[in-house]
Design a binder for this molecule. Structure first.
Ligand code: ADP
Ligand code: MG
Length: 620
C-alpha cells in the first residue's frame, strides 16, 4: 500500500494553530498589545474599527525590528524571547511561543511597519493569508505599527461565528483593561470607530484603576499590601458595599500577567464572607509577585491560566491579607489619592437613590408605552404565538374581567397585539356583568377568582412582561413617543460604560430616549420615553449597562431584546408597592393581553392558579 502520511503545508499548519491563538478580535488585541509591551514601549495606541471585525491596529514606540526580524516575525516558532526550553522557567516577557504573528497573518490581511531607533528607514511588510504581498523600505517613526484587517477573511465559518459588535467590543475592552492595568506606567490610548474611548496617562496603580473605571472608583478602593517570602501582594479590593453584580472588576495579575484563577478568587470571596450580599461580587485589582520559577504559564494556549507550585499557601496568604485590609478599613477609611476633579461624576447615582428611592407611579389612564389592553375586541387575525396547551387551559381561566377592560379601550391607541383576538376565548362571556374582585396580598401578589378556582399574579413579574412586550413592539416599529426634557440631563459614565451606551444608542432612541451630546464621558439626555420619570433615567441606564455587562458573552445577544428586558425590569411596579383596585385590574388585564403571559421576560412564572379541587384537598 502506498504511503499516506503527509506533512501539512505551513500555511495550513498556521491556520490550524490560529484556531488556538485567535478565537476572536480580542485575542488579536491581546497578542499585539503584549508584543508592544515586550518591545519596551512607553506609549501604545490601539485603534479598532467595527469591534475589530474590520481593523485592529496597535502602534507602539518600542524597539522595533530589523528588516530580517520583521520578515522572520511571521514565521511559526519565531521568537526573540526564549532560546531554550529552560528559559520557559524564567520568563519576564509576555510572549514566548512565537506563534501569534504567524497565526494572525494566516487568517487576516496584515500590514507591519517597523523601525529601530538607530535606523534611518523602516520596513513595511504586507501579508494576506500567510502570503507575502509586499515588502518595502518606508519612512516610519521608531517603533512598530501592526494593522490587522479583515480578520477570518479566509475562514467564513469563524467570521460568522463572531458575536454582535457590542459583545466583541466588550471582549476587546476587557483585554485592553487587563493589559493597561498591568502596566500603569505605560501611556495607553484606545479608539473605536474614530472616537477615543480611553486615554490613560502614565500614572501609579491607583490612578490607573480610577482612570479606567471612573472617578467614582477612587472612594471604593481599599489598599492591600503584603510581603512574605513566597509572595508579594499589592493592589486594591473594593469596599464591600460597592460589590457589583458583574465580575468584570476582578483582576489578578501574576508577575504583571493577567490570570484567571477560580481558586484564588475563592480566597477573596472567603475574605469577604458575610460582608457582601449573595450574588454580589467584590471588586479586586491585585498584583501578585512570585518567583517565576514557581509558576508554569505554559499550560494554556492563551496563557490566562497558570500553575502555581504551592497554591494552598498562596490561598491562605491572600485570604488573610484581604481580611486584614478590610478590618483596618473598618476602623479608619483610607483615602490616599488626591482625586482629579475632572474624574468625579457630576451626578452621583448612589446618593441619589438613597435620597429618593425609586418609585413608579401606575396611572391607569396614563399610557407610557401606548399599550392597548383590549380584551374582548376580536380581530380577525389568528393568534399564532399561543401555545396549544395553554390556550385550552386559559379557556376556562377567567370570569368577569371582560366588561371592565372593554371600558378602558378608549384610553389606548390603535396598536393591536397579535394575541388580541385570542382573548375573547380567555374570558367567560356569560359572566361579563359581574365586577371581578381582585385583592392584593402583601403588596406583592394580586389574587383573583377564576372559573376553576383561584389565580395569583406576581405583580412585579407580570408588569415586567407587559412593559417588555410593549417596549419591544415600540422598538421594532420605531414609534415610541419621546418626552422633551426642559433641562437636559447630564449623566457621567466611565470609559467602560460609555461604549455600551453608544452601541445601544439607536435602540435607546427607538424607545424614546434622545441624546444630544457625548463628550468627556458625559451624555446629555434631552428626551426620555413618555412616562419615564426623570429621576429614573440614570437608574435605568446603569441597570442597562450592568445587564449588558452581565450578558453571558456566548449566549445569543440581541441588543433590542436586552434593552427591552432591562427597561422593563427598571420600570415595572416593584414588590412592596400597594396598588388600588383599578391598578390591580389593569395589570391583570394587560398581562393576559400579552403574547406570553405565563412568564416574565426572564422566564420566571408570572402567575399560578389553584383549582377548587386543589383547595378542597388542603381541607381534607
Ligand atoms: P512571541 O511574542 O511569542 O515571541 P510573536 O509571534 O507574538 O511571538 O512575535 C514574534 C516576534 O516578533 C517577537 O518575539 C518579537 O521579536 C517580534 N515582535 C513582534 N511584535 C513586535 C513589536 N511590536 N515590536 C518589536 N518586536 C516585535
Ligand atoms: Mg507575542
Amino acid at each position: 500500500m502506498a504511503d499516506i502520511i503527509q506533512l501539512l503545508p505551513d500555511h495550513v499548519a498556521n491556520q490550524i494553530a490560529a484556531g488556538e491563538v485567535v478565537q476572536r478580535p480580542a485575542s488579536v488585541v491581546k497578542e499585539l498589545l503584549e508584543n508592544a509591551i515586550d518591545a519596551e514601549s512607553t506609549e501604545i495606541k490601539l485603534i479598532i474599527k467595527d469591534s475589530g471585525k474590520t481593523l485592529i491596529q496597535v502602534i507602539d514606540n518600542g524597539k522595533g525590528m530589523s528588516v530580517t526580524d520583521a520578515r522572520l516575525s511571521f514565521e511559526r516558532h519565531a521568537t526573540s524571547k526564549i532560546r531554550a526550553a529552560e528559559d520557559l522557567f524564567n520568563l519576564h516577557t509576555k510572549g514566548f511561543r512565537g506563534e501569534a504573528l504567524a497565526s494572525i497573518a494566516a487568517i487576516a490581511h496584515v500590514e507591519l511597519k517597523t523601525k529601530q531607533e538607530q535606523d534611518e528607514l523602516g520596513t513595511q511588510i504586507e501579508i494576506e493569508g500567510s502570503d507575502l504581498k509586499a515588502q518595502n523600505v518606508v519612512v516610519t517613526p521608531k517603533g512598530t505599527s501592526l494593522a490587522v484587517k479583515h480578520l477570518f477573511f479566509n475562514i467564513p465559518a469563524r467570521r460568522n461565528f463572531l458575536k454582535s459588535n457590542a459583545v466583541e467590543l466588550r471582549h476587546i475592552i476587557d483585554e485592553f483593561h487587563r493589559v493597561a492595568l498591568a502596566h500603569p506606567s505605560i501611556v495607553f490610548a484606545m479608539y473605536h470607530n474614530g472616537s477615543e474611548i480611553f486615554n490613560l496617562p502614565s500614572s501609579n496603580y491607583r490612578q490607573r484603576v480610577v482612570n479606567i473605571f471612573g472617578g467614582k472608583t477612587n472612594e471604593k478602593l481599599v489598599p492591600v499590601e503584603e510581603t512574605t517570602e513566597v509572595l508579594k501582594i499589592s493592589g486594591f479590593v473594593g469596599k464591600p458595599e460597592f460589590a457589583k453584580k458583574t465580575k468584570n472588576e476582578q483582576f489578578f495579575f501574576v508577575n504583571n500577567r493577567f490570570i484567571k484563577s477560580p481558586y484564588l478568587n475563592h480566597a477573596i470571596n472567603s475574605a469577604f464572607e458575610g460582608l457582601v450580599k449573595d450574588g454580589a461580587h467584590p471588586s479586586y485589582f491585585l498584583n501578585l509577585t512570585v518567583d517565576p520559577k514557581t509558576i508554569d504559564i505554559n499550560i494554556h494556549p492563551t496563557k490566562t491560566e497558570i500553575k502555581f507550585d504551592d497554591e494552598h499557601t498562596l490561598y491562605a496568604i491572600l485570604r488573610s491579607a484581604v481580611k486584614h485590609s478590610l478590618g483596618q478599613f473598618n476602623i479608619a477609611p483610607v483615602l490616599d489619592f488626591d482625586s482629579d476633579p475632572n474624574l468625579n461624576t457630576p451626578y452621583d447615582y448612589k446618593d441619589k437613590s438613597v435620597a429618593t428611592p425609586p418609585t413608579i407611579e401606575v396611572d391607569r389612564d396614563f399610557n407610557p408605552f401606548k399599550e392597548k389592553v383590549s380584551h374582548g375586541v376580536g380581530s380577525s387575525k389568528p393568534a399564532v404565538t399561543f401555545k396549544k396547551q395553554n390556550t385550552s387551559s386559559w379557556d376556562s381561566l377567567y370570569v368577569g374581567l371582560e366588561s371592565k377592560s372593554t371600558q378602558q379601550d378608549h384610553n389606548f391607541s390603535e396598536v393591536e397585539f397579535e394575541s388580541d383576538s385570542k382573548n375573547e376565548t380567555l374570558f367567560d362571556d356569560s359572566q361579563t356583568e359581574t365586577t371581578q374582585a381582585t385583592y392584593q396580598l402583601h403588596n406583592k401578589y394580586i389574587v383573583s377568582t377564576i372559573k376553576s378556582g383561584m389565580l395569583m399574579i406576581d405583580q412585579h413579574r407580570a408588569h415586567q412582561r407587559v412593559l417588555y412586550e410593549n417596549l419591544l413592539k415600540n422598538m421594532t416599529v420605531k414609534e415610541a413617543v419621546s418626552q422633551q426634557l426642559l433641562f437636559p440631563l447630564q449623566l457621567h459614565f466611565s470609559s467602560t460604560e460609555l461604549p455600551i451606551l453608544i452601541q445601544l444608542k439607536e435602540d435607546l432612541e427607538s424607545t424614546g430616549f434622545a441624546f444630544s451630546s457625548v463628550k468627556d464621558h458625559t451624555i446629555e439626555i434631552t428626551g426620555v420615553p413618555l412616562g419615564v420619570p426623570e429621576s429614573e433615567v440614570s437608574i435605568i441606564l446603569e441597570q442597562l449597562i450592568s445587564d449588558v455587562e452581565q450578558e453571558v458573552p456566548d449566549s445569543n445577544f440581541s441588543a433590542t431584546d436586552l434593552l427591552a428586558k432591562s427597561m422593563a425590569k427598571s420600570l415595572a411596579i416593584k414588590t412592596g408597592q400597594s396598588l388600588n383596585k383599578q391598578e390591580q385590574e389593569h395589570l391583570v388585564n394587560s398581562l393576559f393581553a400579552c403574547k406570553e403571559p405565563t412568564v416574565s421576560p426572564t422566564n420566571k412564572t408570572t402567575f399560578i392558579t389553584m383549582s377548587v379541587d386543589d383547595i378542597d384537598k388542603k381541607f381534607m
